[in-house]
Design a protein around this ligand. Structure first.
Ligand code: LER
Ligand code: MN
Length: 276
């Protein structure tokens, strides 16, 4: 498994990227801590991703994934905007992130918050259909560029729908594209799924990305999630061979310690399970 750590220069302390600050400084820290890759949580698809990828490579790191949540948080882009021009702008923005994924050496593009709000719970399926339609041109881009779009199942308190693994996997399968995968996060699964093992095994080869976070949005080992069960399920579906395990949680007690303790916990369990 490729151990990747979320990094970001855009956020305050209580944001779920362990490392924060200048992206290149964070990459240096990630390399020194023993990670294999970094996950960029960034606002703009217009950074020089090729240059960032070269810099990462100079540290023997891979840019594994790029998050798009900030394009929604900070710039208000969302794929179900009732305003046609704004919705097109969101589609353009996501297409630019797909280009960023290509430029960064093939990083998968994570999709979650850009789905936007659900103004009326009775319209859940209507909005899901609108999201599906808006994503179609982005799936075309994903296939043209050979870059994955990975759609995250996220809990009901942070996301308007696509909460459980089951609901999100059904949505992902509608696209009938190898370039569209499901992205699971142990923090959200702990809220929305009845069973870690069964949810992960149900995804099988459709699992495109995995976030490690304990139940309290702190480093794995800080809370009560059984990461052994998760690692055994990831092994069951062959994910441990080349899959990415990204560390995404708050910088508690501090940035460096949170990243170090999370990686140490997962690596210890990998060793105990004979996965390493
Ligand atoms: C982003 O990967 C995530 O896990 C969600 O909490 C976004 O709100
Ligand atoms: Mn996540």
């Amino acid at each position: 498994m490729i151990h990747s750590v979320a990094i970001s220069e855009m956020v305050g302390t209580n944001y779920y990227s362990p490392l924060k600050g200048n992206l290149k400084e964070c990459m240096k820290q990630a390399a020194e801590l023993g990670f294999d890759g970094v996950e960029l949580h960034v606002r703009s698809p217009k950074l020089d991703y090729a240059e960032l990828a070269d810099y990462a490579a100079s540290l023997n790191l891979k840019i594994t994934t790029i998050g798009t949540g900030m394009a929604c948080h900070y710039d208000g882009h969302y794929m179900t905007n009732p305003n046609y021009i704004a919705r097109q702008a969101a589609i353009d923005c996501l297409n630019q992130f797909m280009e960023a994924g290509k430029a960064s050496g093939g990083a998968a593009i994570m999709f979650c918050l850009m789905k936007g709000p659900l103004p009326d719970p009775k319209l859940r399926e209507f909005y899901k259909d609108m999201l599906y339609e808006s994503l179609l041109p982005v799936v075309d881009t994903a296939e043209r560029l050979g870059v994955d779009l990975t759609i995250e199942a996220a809990n009901r308190f942070q996301s308007s729908y696509l909460w459980s693994t089951e609901e999100t996997l059904d949505f992902v399968n509608r696209f009938k594209s190898d370039r569209v995968t499901i992205h699971l996060d142990s923090f959200h699964m702990n809220i929305e799924d009845p069973n870690f093992y069964e949810s992960i095994v149900k995804c099988g080869k459709k699992l495109g990305h995995f976030h490690f976070s304990d139940n309290d949005r702190c480093y794995p080992g800080h809370g009560h999630i059984d990461f052994k069960e998760i690692l055994l399920a990831l092994k069951e579906i062959g994910y441990m061979k080349n899959g990415v395990g990204a560390y995404e949680y708050d910088s508690i007690p501090n940035c460096l310690e949170s990243a170090k303790l999370g990686l140490a916990h997962i690596k210890k369990l990998e060793k105990e399970l004979g996965l390493k």
